[in-house]
Design a protein around this ligand. Structure first.
Ligand SMILES: Cc1cc2nc3c(=O)[nH]c(=O)nc-3n(C[C@H](O)[C@H](O)[C@H](O)COP(=O)(O)OP(=O)(O)OC[C@H]3O[C@@H](n4cnc5c(N)ncnc54)[C@H](O)[C@@H]3O)c2cc1C
Length: 296
């Protein structure tokens, strides 16, 4: 491995929960989509397990870390073009959702407001169908360039079979794909009106969600209900295990309340306890929204 690769690098530094053991190798891609593609392809060719992370905002990495290469994607390229009666936005997979939302606002383009305060990158959002405030990434997405099993492919929105916080990519057990770029079709609107909507969304989030290290919503909302309401009804709001806690502000958030002592094992055990308590209390099996990486 070359000098640019970090050895035994703790993944807690690269995940929103501030948890996770070391990766054997870690590479931070910053320069270009070509660089990102080269690093990931090299690992595939060598048969080295590889995992791409954006902001690590939706993953719980085990205390034992990851055997192989983690590529942290910070390649941020955003550009605009024209199409019939509208504008296209093209964003590299490492562009952050807030950067994309803010760039669109400045250009007077509506459709990406929901992303303003969602942590994460375009790549993670394309995999997860991230969304908030009634919007989601699938709404305006027109195509995604993916390196799939080493082959360049252009997938349409329909190819990706989007559903609530899921996609055909998220369901793949083998992570042998790399999201490179996404293209969106957007409509024009007044920048001030867009900014006002974004400010409202940010204020709502500040009012209703806890600050500090977390992974956002841990469970998907079951049809017709809210995971947070069910967890609260089971009496678990504020429930603590080691350094992690069911947030007293929003029960579907599990916060890392003590970064010095919290472990992924505690976080995972708390997830299981919550699932069991909700199943007993209301008969509903909560499904994970976040992903687990490594051995639990
Ligand atoms: C405080 C907080 C609030 C949140 N609120 C919301 C919310 O309102 N709505 C919402 O939808 N989510 C929310 N989330 C979850 C998170 O923001 C989203 O899931 C986001 O899409 C994760 O993006 P990421 O880049 O961090 O992905 P990561 O967590 O880094 O990765 C997620 C998955 O995508 C894969 N992946 C990432 N990039 C690529 C790529 N380029 N190619 C191939 N695979 C890739 C990873 O391997 C992993 O499987 C919240 C999280 C936090 C911490």
């Amino acid at each position: 491995m070359m000098a640019d690769y970090l050895r035994d690098e703790p993944l807690a530094r690269y995940t929103a929960a501030r948890l996770g053991g070391a990766a054997d190798y870690l590479y931070i891609a910053r320069d270009s989509v070509a660089e990102l593609a080269r690093v990931v392809s090299d690992a595939w060719e060598r048969g080295l397990p590889v995992r791409v992370l954006g902001a690590g905002a939706n993953v719980l990495v085990a205390d034992g870390g990851f055997r192989g290469l983690v590529v942290v994607n910070r390649v941020s390229e955003v550009s605009f073009g024209a199409w019939y009666g509208g504008v296209t936005l093209s964003a590299s997979s490492g562009a952050s959702l807030s950067t994309v939302a803010n760039r669109c606002q400045k250009r007077g383009l509506t459709g990406m407001e929901w992303a303003v305060s969602v942590p994460g990158t375009i790549g993670g959002a394309v995999v997860n169908n991230a969304g908030a405030h009634g919007g989601e990434i699938a709404d305006n997405l027109s195509s995604v360039a993916v390196l799939d099993e080493g082959m360049p492919r252009l997938y349409t929105n329909a190819d990706l079979a989007y559903e609530y916080r899921g996609s055909a990519l998220k369901h793949r057990t083998k992570r042998d794909f790399l999201v490179l770029l996404a293209t969106f079709k957007l409509e024009s609107d007044e920048p001030d009106a867009i900014r006002a909507r974004m400010n409202q969304m940010t204020a709502y989030r500040k009012r209703t969600q806890p600050p500090g290290a977390s992974l956002g919503s841990i469970f998907k909302n079951p049809a017709g209900d809210y995971a947070g309401r069910l967890i609260e009804a089971a009496g678990l709001k504020g429930y603590r295990r080691g350094g992690v806690m069911v947030s007293p502000v929003h029960a579907n958030f599990i916060v890392n309340a003590d970064t010095a002592s919290a472990t992924s094992a505690d976080y995972h055990a708390l997830i299981r306890e919550v699932q069991q308590a909700v199943a007993v209390h209301s008969g509903i099996q909560l499904e994970l929204e976040i992903e687990l990486i490594g051995d639990f």
